[in-house]
Write a protein that binds this ligand. Structure first.
Ligand code: AMP
Ligand code: MN
Length: 278
C-alpha cells in the first residue's frame, strides 16, 4: 500500500487565488498530486472547469458504475435520488444531438429517442445504436471512440451521483452496493486503491469479480481485492443485447463458480442459499 499524494485544499480565481482552475489542475498534476480538490471561498463556479481539466489529466473525477442489489424500488430516498439523476438526461440528449449536428450528423436526438423504449432514459447507447443503424459508423465501440467520449463532438458532461450518494441511496433502501466491472476503468493502481477505500468507507459491500468485461487476469486480481478489502463477490454478464454484448445472459466464464475463498454476495439472501442447497 502506498500513501496517496493528496492536496484537498486550494483556491482559484473563482475566489482569491490567482490561477485559473485549469492551470491549478495542471500544476497539481505537475507536482505529482493524485487526488486534488478545489475549495474556493463561498464559491463553486470554478468546479466545472476544474473537473474537466482534472479528468483530462487523469487526476480525478472518473465515472464508475455502482450496481445496487436487493434494493427496495419504492424507497423514497433512492427514488428521489435516481429521479434527480435521470432528469438531466433529456437535456443532455439534446446537447449530444447538437454536438453531433455540428459535425454534420443531423437528427441524432430524434433517432436516439425513437430507439429508447423508456422516454425518460435516453442513454449514449441509444445514440450509438442509431449511428450504427444509419450506417454512419460500423459498430458501437467505434461510435464511442469517435463521437461519445470525452473530447469528442457528442460528449456532454453529466452530473451523476457521487460515490457516497449512490452507496447511501442503495443502503438506505436495504440494498447492497457493488462496484461494477472494475477492470473496465483503467485506473492507475493508486486511483483504484482510492476507489476501493472510499467505496468501503461509504459502506459499499461488494465487487463484481466475474463479469463480461473481465479478462482472465482481472478475475484473479479482483478476487484478491475483494479479499483484501473484505468485500462480497458478485458476478454478472453486463448483458445489453444479443448482438452487441460480449457475453450472452448467463454465459459467464467458469459458469457456476466464483474463485475459491470468496464470499458470494448472495450469501446475504436466505432464498439463494436454499437454492444452492446449503
Ligand atoms: P450513459 O449512461 O448514457 O452515459 O451510457 C453509458 C453506457 O454506454 C454504458 O452502460 C455502456 O453500456 C455504454 N458504453 C460506455 N462506454 C462505451 C464504450 N467505450 N464502448 C461501448 N459501449 C460503451
Ligand atoms: Mn455498466
Amino acid at each position: 500500500m502506498h500513501s496517496l499524494h493528496a492536496d484537498l485544499h486550494s483556491h482559484s480565481t473563482a475566489s482569491d487565488g490567482t490561477l485559473e482552475p485549469r492551470a491549478l489542475a495542471q500544476r497539481a498534476k505537475a507536482n505529482g498530486v493524485e487526488l486534488w480538490a478545489l475549495t474556493d471561498h463561498d464559491e463553486v463556479c470554478g468546479l466545472p472547469a476544474a473537473r474537466e481539466a482534472a479528468q483530462a489529466l487523469g487526476l480525478a473525477g472518473a465515472t464508475v458504475h455502482i450496481v445496487g442489489l436487493g434494493i427496495d424500488p419504492d424507497h423514497p430516498e433512492l427514488s428521489a435520488g435516481i429521479a434527480g439523476i435521470r432528469a438531466g438526461r433529456e437535456q443532455r440528449a439534446r446537447q449530444i444531438g447538437e454536438g453531433l449536428a455540428q459535425v454534420g450528423i443531423r437528427g441524432a436526438y430524434e433517432g436516439a429517442i425513437a430507439l429508447a423504449p423508456n422516454p425518460n432514459l435516453v442513454s449514449r447507447t441509444h445514440f450509438a445504436r442509431w449511428l450504427v443503424q444509419r450506417g454512419i459508423v460500423p459498430d458501437t465501440p467505434s461510435v464511442f471512440r469517435r463521437y461519445l467520449t470525452e473530447g469528442k463532438p457528442g460528449y456532454v458532461e453529466h452530473r451523476w451521483a457521487g460515490l457516497g450518494e449512490a452507496v447511501r441511496w442503495i443502503r438506505s433502501s436495504g440494498g447492497i452496493a457493488v462496484i461494477a466491472h472494475p477492470g473496465r476503468y483503467k485506473f492507475t493502481p493508486s486511483a483504484e486503491y482510492a476507489l476501493f477505500s472510499e467505496f468501503k468507507a461509504h459502506g459499499g459491500e461488494a465487487v463484481e469479480v466475474v463479469t463480461g468485461s473481465h479478462h482472465a487476469g482481472d478475475v484473479g486480481k479482483y478476487a484478491d481485492m475483494a479479499a483484501e478489502f473484505g468485500l462480497l463477490a458478485s458476478r454478472g454478464s453486463d448483458f445489453h443485447d444479443p448482438d452487441e454484448s460480449r457475453l450472452d445472459l448467463g454465459l459467464l466464464p467458469d459458469r457456476p463458480t466464483l474463485p475459491r475463498g470468496l464470499t458470494p454476495v448472495w450469501s446475504r439472501w436466505p432464498q439463494a442459499l436454499a437454492l444452492e442447497g446449503r
